[in-house]
Design a protein around this ligand. Sequence first.
Ligand code: AMP
Length: 570
Amino acid sequence: MRYTTLAEAFEKLEHTPSYLEKNSLIVDLLKRTPAEEMERVVLFLLGRPWPAYVSKETGVGLQQLKKAIVQASGYSPPDVDKLMKQVGDLGEVAEQLSAKKKQVTLFTEQLTVKKVFENIKQLPEITGEGSVDRKIASIAELLTSSTPLEAKFVVRTVIGDLRIGVAEGRLRDAIASAFNVRPEVVEYAYMLTTDYSIVAKAVATGGEKGLEKLGVIVGHPVNPMLAQRAETIDEVLERMKGKAAFEIKLDGIRVQVHKDGDKVSLFTRRMEDYTNMFPDLVDPLRQALKPKRAIVDGELVAIDKRTGKPMPFQEVLKRRRKYEIKQTIEQIPVELHLFDVLVSNDSVMLDDSYVERRKMLEKIVKPVKGKVMVVEQQVLSKPDEIKKFMNWAIEIGHEGLLAKDLEASYRAGRREFVWLKLKPMLETLDLVVVGGLYGKGKRAGFFGSYVLAARDEKSGKFKTVTKCGSGYTDEDLKELTKMFEKIQLKKPHEDVDIEIDCDAYFEPKIVFEMVYEEIQKSPELKHTSTFGLRFPRYIRIREDRRAEEANTIKDIEDMYERQQKRKAKV
Ligand code: AMP
């Protein structure tokens, strides 16, 4: 397949704002893609020649890319810089200079998808002496054979900023329409593999049956199963037919461990590879997990060295760093509490019941003191005993309990009523930041309040729910302003429905956890969700949540109804 087919499709996608039209462009491209090219085309659509969970970088900066453009076009570095100042996008610079190449090449090959893919995929692997020059040469080789449009997208792919507006979520629908399969089957295959390129290949070669055959792969993160919230112990017992397993709910980072022989990898809930940040866990995990190959699920918590008690969630987050890892291992030791098993050697256990999985987990984990253990659990049916267990869990510093249906399978990526959170705290909302307003007085120069939104699943738009100026410390305001100024837009993002005038608008991607006193219907301020919050207060950034995982309008509707019922009881 020629790369120009892809470049032409990207060009159209870039200039098509409408969701539906974008979708049909992707469908059209997938239909025209031969099965053997499918994985490459899908990965390229998402911007990288490797899936998102692989934390690789090309290691090529703007300066090196400029050199590659100079080599391929025959223009001088000042020419490139001058044009870059004018257009602000190195992709466009490459396009324009390629159109009027000074270097006349007598013999150029037509670029294929495979060639571009292989050259870019190789970049992180080029290391050692002279690696910078070899990387530049590899890109220049592509640019020499590129048409102007191809040059634009080669450069943007190397930078990692394709700007065609294709997020992972879109691929589910596009793959389903292109191959005439049900979107839920596509989605589930993705939940198991976290890689749309594998999903698309399976469907292109085997249809829906091919998809159903896809299973989890050790080394590829699986979308974790999530929990719903329960209001009371009675509700838990009612939903779980009188009896359930109760586990301590720890407040840390969700971690999925993959062991394949000697290789141990840790993935977060957002399917990021965190192995390098927690080298202190790798050896203990090798010892603790008896099978050769396994996938287990757990929560990573930070432990206070003085008291031995768990520290707040914010402390664990401090371990998520790329530098000075050694010092932080000392300051913030972590423990991994395992609560589930998905794979143990040749047994894939997702369809087994909770009881069977727990039995297996206890069998295959040999606890390593202070590092790896199995979560405390009790199977209970009496409200008094559950209450006692919950009070104990809270007393020793945990959040509450998680109730688990004894019969339930492991439902990758699903949030169902078979895992229920029991927390005594006020219910919070996870909302997406879509706008900011500068503060006055002491807060001048900083965003003093933010406008937050929930996603409307029907339209796919983020609709505003509240404007919030409280709960931030002075430090928070400073840090948040710094962060948001980097991603600000002049007008509302195309996915956001907002009627409040803001000083800046943001791409809907940062999630705040918020507390409030009450959900209101038709509040004073004009919110496009038609809901509002009374006394909203900021708690923290939910760094572990993507915008698609924040609360939806439907959640707020449900919470509002529950609130009205509770009020009626008082
Ligand atoms: P939430 O993030 O409030 O939806 O709560 C669900 C999260 O609680 C999971 O994603 C885990 O990170 C965490 N968690 C803590 N303890 C457990 C447990 N025993 N079982 C399952 N999840 C747990």
